[in-house]
Write a protein that binds this ligand. Structure first.
Ligand code: 4AD
Ligand code: MG
Length: 440
């Protein structure tokens, strides 16, 4: 029997160090090419890293060298060659090209050139822009944040329950609902899975949902998307204190895990100041809303009226006073959602808590203790213009075995923006949805 020809192993660029001095094959895209006549330099990108490859005319047959000299940016190739350590090359290795197979030749007018482009243009080219190492690094870190979120909750007795995206009613106010037609009846894209997990905790104790949520936000800011992902843990037999204790452990784990797994991407690709992230360790400081208002008035906002929700400048001012995220609890009841439990003896404030991230990233988590009182809910339905009949099932949860319960929602995109040190949430997801932005 004749032996099949032995082909060098196909490797991922990330694994180059394990194959030093050996022949390998790599598949990828031409990130760029430098033409030095008899010498052609390629920067090859395969999604796991970048690899410098060099082709000498004298080492290659005529057809192979011809392919090499005509390669355009983003052409796809399979290279065969020998790997050698080279401290000057990105990643520390260089491939000496011995063979090339053209998978596809890219048209010569790739829209994104190695120069500065405006963000408006890049957003229109988002399907191509994500190939840029910086954008790819953000998506990789996002995936690792998602995994850290799930790992922490799964190992702390929270059961993942998927809540519906098509819903009959509002959770977070009627002004940001996306309506759709459900066989002749109105339906809304979910703003939050919270109300449903207030039901599932009576079956499972501690649950969480993690998925896309929707808000018809009219605001055009660097923190708002119309479609974003939220993870929402909910706990039976728990109060506002429990929420804060869980949040600070949970968030510290997420940040420290990303630092351990992706320090190099954060430092080299995203140029993130990681000393700011190293400081993120429980416990986090706590301020009541009243104390926060005092601080605002003593500082940049002497006329801040008690009762108003904080805007981005207020959140930034407060967060700047600490080196880690700060809890603000007991907000005015009127500034928060209908389901909040009030504080005993002070019905004008509620058992809510927002977590404000450092460095101007603002509120990344919102949560609190849910009321178990039917009378309060009925009053809130009227005040918030909600149709009681839509919430009959929710009232059942108060009728049959109500217990103190609490939970929170962490916004994934704002968390990614903060950890990666980005100026805008639009770069935290592959295809962002924003006011006036649905393409591609
Ligand atoms: O404060 P929110 O509205 O709280 C809730 O939806 C609760 N039902 C959560 C709960 O207790 N289970 O939203 C929670 C978080 C915010 O802190 C923010 O990080 C994020 O969701 N968020 C947004 N992120 C991007 N774009 C938007 N338009 C966002 N709205 C909220
Ligand atoms: Mg909120």
């Amino acid at each position: 029997m004749e032996d099949a020809p032995i082909r060098p192993p196909l490797i991922r660029i990330r694994e180059a160090a394990q194959h030093d001095g050996r022949s390998v094959r790599v598949q990828g895209w031409v990130h760029n090419r430098t033409d030095k006549g008899r010498l052609q330099f390629l920067m090859l990108r395969d999604g796991s890293g970048l690899l410098q490859a060099v082709g000498f005319q004298k080492d290659l047959d005529e057809a192979a060298f011809e392919i090499l000299t005509t390669l355009t940016q983003e052409s796809a190739v399979e290279l065969t060659g020998s790997l050698r350590a080279d401290a000057r090359a990105p990643g520390g290795f260089e491939l000496g090209i011995q063979g090339i197979e053209l998978v596809s030749l890219a048209e010569p007018d790739y829209p994104i050139q190695p120069k500065e482009h405006g963000t408006g243009f890049l957003m229109e080219q988002r399907h191509l822009w994500i190939r840029a190492p910086r954008q790819a690094a953000i998506l990789r870190i996002r995936a690792s944040i998602v995994k850290a979120i799930r790992d922490w909750l799964d190992s702390h007795d929270f059961v993942n329950v998927d809540t519906p995206i098509l819903t009959p009613s509002a959770c977070e106010g009627t002004s940001t609902l996306f309506a759709t037609d459900y066989f002749g009846e109105p339906a809304f894209l979910s703003q939050s899975g919270q109300l449903y997990n207030e039901a599932t905790i009576a079956a499972l104790g501690r649950t969480y949902c993690f998925g896309p949520t929707f808000r018809a936000e009219k605001s055009k800011t660097r923190r708002h998307l119309t479609e974003f992902w939220m993870v929402e843990p909910e706990m039976a037999f728990a109060d506002l204190e429990d929420v804060m204790a869980v949040e600070e452990q949970f968030l510290s784990y997420i940040v420290q895990t990303v630092l351990a797994e992706h320090r190099q991407l954060l430092v080299d690709v995203l140029e993130r100041d990681v000393t700011r992230l190293e400081a993120i360790q429980a416990p986090f400081p706590r301020l009541s809303y009243d104390e926060a208002v005092e601080r605002l008035r003593a500082g940049d906002f002497p006329d801040f009226p008690w009762g108003e929700d904080f805007g981005a400048p207020h959140e930034t001012f407060l967060a700047e006073q600490f080196d880690r995220p700060v809890f603000v609890y007991h907000y005015p009841s009127a500034a928060k959602a209908f389901y909040m439990e009030t504080v005993e003896g002070r019905p004008e404030v509620c058992r809510s808590v927002d977590l404000l991230a450092p460095e101007g990233y603002g509120e990344i988590v919102g949560g609190g203790q849910r009321t178990t009182r039917t009378e309060l809910l009925e009053q809130r339905f009227v005040e918030h213009g909600l149709n009681r009949a839509d919430y009959e099932w929710y009232l059942d949860l108060r009728r049959y075995g109500a217990v103190p319960h609490a939970g929170f929602g962490l916004g994934l995109e704002r968390t990614v923006a903060w950890i990666c040190g980005l100026g805008h949430v639009r770069e935290t997801t592959a295809f962002p949805r924003m006011l006036e932005k649905m393409y591609p």
